[in-house]
Write a protein that binds this ligand. Structure first.
Ligand SMILES: [Zn+2]
Length: 136
C-alpha cells in the first residue's frame, strides 16, 4: 500500500524514468526562470510556473562517492560492492547514481563521467548510471 504523498512523489519522477527507458537523461527545468529543479519540486527562485523536462548532456564529474559493501536490502545483495556517487552534471544539478565499469579504488573526486543506462533487474525500469569518460 502506498500513501497518497508517496504516489504523488512517484508521479513527479515519471518523466525521469520514461526518459531513461529511451536512453535519455531528462531533468525538470523551471519554465519561468530556466533554473534546474532537481529534485522535482518548487523553484529555488520561488517561481509559480510549472517545470518542463529538458534533456541533459549526460556529462559531469564525480562530486562525492562511496563504495557500498553491505547490501541495504536483499535486492542489492548481488550488486555489492558498488559505487554510489553524487554526480555534478555540467548543467549544474547533482544527481545520486551508481558509477559502473570502474575500479572503486581509483575513483576520485572531479573525475569526468558520462551517463549510460542499465536495466534494473526485475523492475521493468532502466536507470541512469555513470561511467568514467576514460578507462581507469
Ligand atoms: Zn524559476
Amino acid at each position: 500500500v502506498t500513501r497518497p504523498d508517496e504516489e504523488r512523489a512517484s508521479a513527479e519522477f515519471t518523466p525521469f524514468w520514461d526518459a531513461a527507458l529511451q536512453g535519455k537523461l531528462r531533468l525538470p527545468v523551471c519554465s519561468q526562470c530556466g533554473a534546474w529543479r532537481w529534485l522535482p519540486g518548487t523553484c529555488r527562485n520561488n517561481c509559480v510556473a510549472p517545470a518542463e523536462w529538458a534533456e541533459c548532456s549526460g556529462r559531469g564529474i564525480v562530486y562525492a562517492h562511496t563504495t557500498v559493501r553491505r547490501a541495504p536490502t536483499a535486492a542489492f545483495e548481488a550488486a555489492v560492492p558498488y559505487v554510489l556517487a553524487l554526480i555534478e552534471l555540467e548543467e549544474g544539478p547533482r544527481l545520486l547514481a551508481h558509477v559502473v565499469r570502474c575500479d572503486p579504488m581509483v575513483l576520485s573526486i572531479g573525475l569526468p563521467v558520462r551517463v549510460s543506462f542499465e536495466a534494473v533487474e526485475s523492475s521493468g525500469l532502466v536507470a541512469p548510471v555513470f561511467v568514467p569518460e576514460v578507462d581507469i
